[in-house]
Each structure stands twice: as C-alpha cells, then as structure tokens.
Design a protein around this ligand. Structure first.
Ligand SMILES: [Zn+2]
Length: 120
C-alpha cells in the first residue's frame, strides 16, 4: 500500500542521498501506477527525485527531469520485465523513455523535448 497511489509511497521517490527531497509529481506517479497495473509487475524505483548534488554524483545531466520530481528510473532485472514496463509505458502514453541495461527511465518533463526514446 502506498500513500500516493495504491502501490506507491512517497518515500520510494525520495532522493537517495538522504537529503529528504521527495517532491515527486503526483500526476507522474498516477501514470506510473497505470504502468504498474498494466504490467502486472511490482516496480522498484531505483531513483526518483534528485537534489542537484546527488544528481551530479550519479552523473545525471544538468537539466535532468529527476531534479524537478518528474522522473523515475525503474529497476528491470531481466528482459521480460523490461518488455512489460516498456509495453505499458507506451500504452499509458509516456513520451520520454530511456532504456538502460538494468533500468527503464520514464518522465513527463514538458521542458524537455518529446517524443524521445534513448539508451544509456
Ligand atoms: Zn539529495
């Protein structure tokens, strides 16, 4: 049970440096909840909100959507889960998607160009 949506809790999106920054966008989380519902898979958030310092530490781009609480990296341990997350993300209408070897990035940042699909 989450305090934001059925399955997501605000703490899951807090900056991993421990600074307490957790201003994740609720519209974004609601879209993520639909991804979760469609995929039927429990989704682990690797990285949600990031403060400027932490974003730099993990090599995030300077204008990253993580800084504005509009993004999450979802852990995808294998190809089946990666497929399910991507399939659901397209169905939900995500227009900015990044594919890493062990995660999928989703964001709804209207300040950044879309549609975009990239790899890391
Ligand atoms: Zn931080």
């Amino acid at each position: 049970m989450g305090d934001l949506t059925k399955d997501f809790d605000r703490s899951e999106f807090a900056c991993r440096c421990g600074c307490g920054y957790d201003a994740i966008d609720l519209t974004f989380v609601e879209k993520l909840q639909v991804v979760r519902d469609i995929s039927g898979a429990a989704l682990y958030i690797n990285s949600g909100c990031r403060c400027v310092k932490y974003n730099a530490e993990v090599g995030g781009v300077p204008h990253s959507s993580h800084l504005r609480g509009l993004a999450a990296d979802i852990s995808t341990r294998d190809g089946e889960l990666r497929f399910k997350v991507l399939d659901a993300a397209f169905k939900v209408g995500f227009k900015r998607i990044g594919i890493g070897s062990s995660f999928v990035h989703l964001d709804i940042d209207s300040e950044l160009p879309f549609p975009r699909l990239w790899t890391y």
